[in-house]
Ligand binder design. Structure first.
Ligand SMILES: [Zn+2]
Length: 300
């Protein structure tokens, strides 16, 4: 669907040139369809109206997304392709500039070591209504989080992308058009993730260090591309299913009941109206604090 197939990250070329990321890939935790983003589901499926554009997306971009490599997903019911969180990984301890090829995404913070820390993550934005509201709540509570942005939304709202970073939050790569990477050719994955990283680098001034595949749908080639682009894959351990709009109380309890040291919490600021998510964050942050938890950026 994209014509700029030559949009390949300079970093990718550098990394490839250095032969980085050629470690063997063993038994990948495949993109078992469960978890994430069905918000993505919510988003890719275009909730609230399946197949319709996300509020934060450019109309043209959504049209392009719908005519992309997996148009059938745009028509699928969210639960039909829910993605199971991926747990564990085997490659650790490499220099940040050249992360190893992981065999699956981290589902918890590797540096937590039993400390009562957790990472809040918000996917599918930036969104012109949800993201500013969420930023205000996080700012008021003095909490920093990680935002896995979708490239086409970030391109539509670069000011919001900049605002996220200006508040000290981590900006992660969540692909350009929220297509499942494991159904794309490796060269297309490289173009997609590389294009998104370049945009983030251009707007924020720093390339993303973390990447989350839409739907958590990693596969060996996409994990290698992720490493080649200087990123590490991130999964989650707590799926709030906030994209289903279960009610603020359900989202709150999903977090407070399942918070564990090193937990990574999956939520969404894009893909549809998220007032429940924003309200839940405002509600549960004091509860987590009272329970001894500190919300951290990954690797802190
Ligand atoms: Zn997503």
């Amino acid at each position: 669907m994209r014509s700029d197939s030559h949009t390949v990250s300079r970093r990718a070329l550098l990394c490839v040139g250095l032969g980085v990321g050629t470690a063997g890939i063993v038994g990948v935790g495949l993109a078992a369809l469960t978890g994430e983003d069905a918000a993505g589901g919510g988003r890719a499926a275009g909730s609230p109206a399946p197949g319709g554009p996300a509020p934060g997306a450019r109309p043209g971009a959504r049209k392009a997304a719908r005519t992309g490599s997996a148009p059938h997903l745009a028509r699928a019911a969210p639960d039909s392709y829910r993605l199971r969180p991926l747990a564990g990984e085997t490659s650790m301890g490499e220099p940040a500039a050249h992360p190893p090829v992981h065999t699956r995404a981290e589902s918890t913070l590797p540096a937590a070591a039993g400390r009562r820390v957790l990472a809040l993550t918000f996917d599918d934005g930036p969104h012109p209504e949800n993201t500013p509201r969420l930023l205000e709540v996080l700012r008021r509570h003095g909490v920093q989080a990680t935002f896995f942005v979708v490239g086409e939304n970030a391109a539509a709202f670069p000011g919001l992308l900049h605002a996220i970073a200006a508040d000290g939050h981590v900006v992660g790569n969540h692909s350009w058009a929220h297509h499942p990477l494991n159904r794309m050719r490796p060269s297309d994955v490289r173009d997609d993730l590389g294009r998104t990283s370049e945009l983030i680098d251009r707007v924020v001034g720093t390339p993303p260090r973390w990447c989350r595949a839409p739907y958590g749908a990693w596969h060996p080639p996409s994990l290698k591309v992720c490493a080649d682009l200087g990123m590490e894959p991130m999964g989650w351990s707590v799926d709030t299913r906030d994209w289903t709009r279960p009610g603020t109380a359900r989202i709150v309890s999903a977090v407070t009941d399942r918070a564990t040291p090193g937990a990574i919490v999956l939520q969404h600021d894009g893909g549809g109206p998220r007032p429940q998510t924003v309200a839940a964050v405002d509600h549960y942050l004091p509860l987590l604090k009272a329970d001894g938890y500190t919300c951290v950026r990954p690797q802190s």
